[in-house]
Design a binder for this molecule. Structure first.
Ligand SMILES: NC(=O)c1ccc[n+]([C@@H]2O[C@H](COP(=O)([O-])OP(=O)(O)OC[C@H]3O[C@@H](n4cnc5c(N)ncnc54)[C@H](OP(=O)(O)O)[C@@H]3O)[C@@H](O)[C@H]2O)c1
Length: 274
């Protein structure tokens, strides 16, 4: 029997998830398909019931539904509870299980470039939804997180949440500071750079070789990443975060290894055409 998967969001036209998952099914010759559906906020509850009634095995959830979907689900995994948000739903024995692979996907992509562990200093620029998922997934590794956000109140909320779950974190004023120069890794999670705008402060003083990540992948290299490259940092964009949240969702649904290379290739090809 063909298994059906999907992503729901609003807007959804830009989503590369169908390309990535369908390429994976093709690579493994699996009888499965993955579609995208635009669902407006007022229709979310009916859409969830509809997907379940139509026999979907699972679906991804994107902006603006990641928190709003919580009341419609039967169970949450530890990852979803930590993040307070769901990006993956699995239908298991008629029950809707909410899960989150945004943070774990990011961690998996980061681990290709650095070892995570006690004492590692990681600066997180931004404190929005993406930053929250990343911080809550990084905290259990015992890393020291430094939050810098334009709106300090939002940074403080994230700080409290990290500490509540036993993580180590502090907040610094938004802008260049001592922490930036001592970091093992700097992660840019704000939406600054989507329109190729310059970053409001420089990374001057950062050690050459420091890992600098921007979770934006379109443009491929934001001005922020370009300036880090000029300073001799190792740079990584957000493409593999997208890839691994999909890979982890696949593995949650199908309880088997995903064909990472085929999914990556499809994503890269699709992005080249955007
Ligand atoms: N690679 C991936 O798979 C992936 C996944 C998710 C998201 N993303 C990207 O991550 C970015 C953020 O997404 P999100 O869901 O976290 O958004 P969000 O919840 O709306 O948070 C936006 C963040 O950006 C900051 N910000 C916005 N404009 C700013 C400005 N002009 N100056 C300084 N800070 C500014 C906000 O700071 P304030 O609190 O001060 O407003 C906040 O920290 C987007 O670009 C999105 O495309 C990538």
């Amino acid at each position: 029997m063909v298994k059906h998967f999907a992503v729901i969001g609003c807007p959804i036209a830009h989503s590369l998830s169908p390309v990535m998952h369908n390429a994976g099914y093709k690579a493994l010759d699996l009888a499965a398909d993955y579609q995208k559906f635009q669902v407006s906020p007022e229709d979310l509850g009916e859409a969830v019931l509809g997907l379940k009634a139509l026999g979907f095995s699972g679906w991804n959830v994107t902006v603006p539904h990641k928190e709003a979907i919580l009341p419609f689900l039967d169970e949450l995994t530890e990852e979803a509870r930590r993040a307070g948000a769901v990006n993956t739903v699995k239908v298991h024995k008629g029950r809707l299980i909410g899960h989150n692979t945004d943070g774990s996907g990011f961690v998996r992509s980061l681990q290709e470039h650095m070892e995570l562990g006690e004492g590692k200093k990681i600066v997180l620029l931004g404190a929005g939804g993406a930053a929250k998922g990343i911080a809550m997934a990084l905290a259990p590794f015992g890393v020291q997180l430094c939050i810098m956000n334009r709106t300090p109140e939002r940074g403080a909320e994230l700080l409290e949440k990290i500490r509540e779950w036993g993580g180590q974190a502090r907040q610094e004023v938004w802008g260049r500071g001592e922490w930036l120069t001592q970091a093992d890794c700097v992660i840019q999670t704000t939406s600054l750079g989507l329109k190729k705008e310059d970053y409001p402060f420089s990374l001057e003083g950062i050690h050459p070789g420091t890992l600098v990540v921007d979770i934006i992948f379109n443009p491929w290299e934001t001005p922020f990443l370009q300036s880090a490259k000029v300073l001799g940092c190792k740079i990584v964009n957000g493409m593999d975060m997208l890839l691994y949240q999909g890979v982890n969702a696949w593995e949650f649904w199908l309880e088997d290894k995903a064909p990472v290379d085929a999914m990556r290739k499809a994503l890269y090809q699709a992005l080249a055409q955007v």
